[in-house]
Write a protein that binds this ligand. Sequence first.
Ligand code: NAD
Ligand code: LMR
Length: 339
Amino acid sequence: KMLARSAARVLAAPQTRLFSASAAHRTKVAVLGAGGGIGQPLSLLLKSDPLVTSLSLYDIRGAPGVAADVSHVDTGSEVQGYAADQLDQALEGVKVVVIPAGVPRKPGMTRDDLFNTNASIVRDLASAVGRVAPDAHILVISNPVNSTVPIVAATLEKAGVFDPRRVFGVTTLDVVRAARFLAGVVGATPAETAVTVVGGHSGPTIVPLLSQTKLGKDVKGEVYDKLVHRIQYGGDEVVKAKDGAGSATLSMAYAGAKFTNTLLQGLNGEKGVVAPTFVKSPLFVDQGIDFFSSNVELGPNGVEKIHPLGELSAEEEKLLAACLPELKKNIEKGKAFVA
Ligand code: NAD
Ligand code: LMR
């Protein structure tokens, strides 16, 4: 549906070439970590997105092969793969950079356990983006998102090119799961059960606002508790089922492509484009928390407006109270790493 909505408009537009000088149609998207479990299906989905006119695939291994493969798909975009020593070339002229590079969890690990490996990967990639494509929008998938987003922001800040309107933590998988799981509980289709999920992206920091949805507001008691737990710990279900082979890749690729498309709609000037995403946010600054996921209106410059949370139920107030201290810790850990 997301592709269909924008297909007509964009297919009517002239196809741009790689490194095109035409600013109006330059929608070059890079995937850093394109050879991985998320990166490969994400690259395929982005190849099918008519709002992506050029796709730049980078990884420390395997990206040229993925690019050769994906490039045969008969959609308009051009695809180029880059080897380990070609990061700067991969970032030339990109408008949007999606980052799924880094190691995934194994059973028994938390997302925070990935920090030691992924923090430096994300910092180094962000630093390259700041140098080569300082105006690009950066979409961070690599975990722990609650820390990797502050790492990207602090790295860009150090380089003097941080714009809070252009750095996003991708929390869309939580939104996708919430809609899917609520649909199952109430016997509806996910199109009818969209849920705003706020906070961060790990267990207790994931706060679904079920009270604000027509079909979710009457879910109570044990059914409610189980539903919230499933939304908060959906990632664990996949990690456990994959039994050591990694975490969510296919549903994450779907979620990553969905959020990228949403951002591109905003960048293209479409009105009323709103989605939850983890950004530099004023909502809880008075509590020392300066990154938070809530509904964000996206426009030609990225973040246009950060929506307040709206009315919360007593249960949601409790979830939020549990979220904030954990989120604060995660954010501070990311900042300390760069400092
Ligand atoms: P994976 O191991 O299958 O793929 C990761 C890829 O990153 C590999 O191809 C690897 O070569 C590449 N890579 C490593 N260092 C790199 C570097 N410096 N530059 C470029 N590429 C590099 O892992 P995956 O399953 O695709 O998961 C990737 C990350 O996404 C993990 O951190 C995982 O926790 C996270 N994730 C986030 C969400 C979310 O909701 N935000 C969902 C699922 C997974
Ligand atoms: C998810 O929510 O599936 C991802 O964050 C991957 C993970 O580690 O669970």
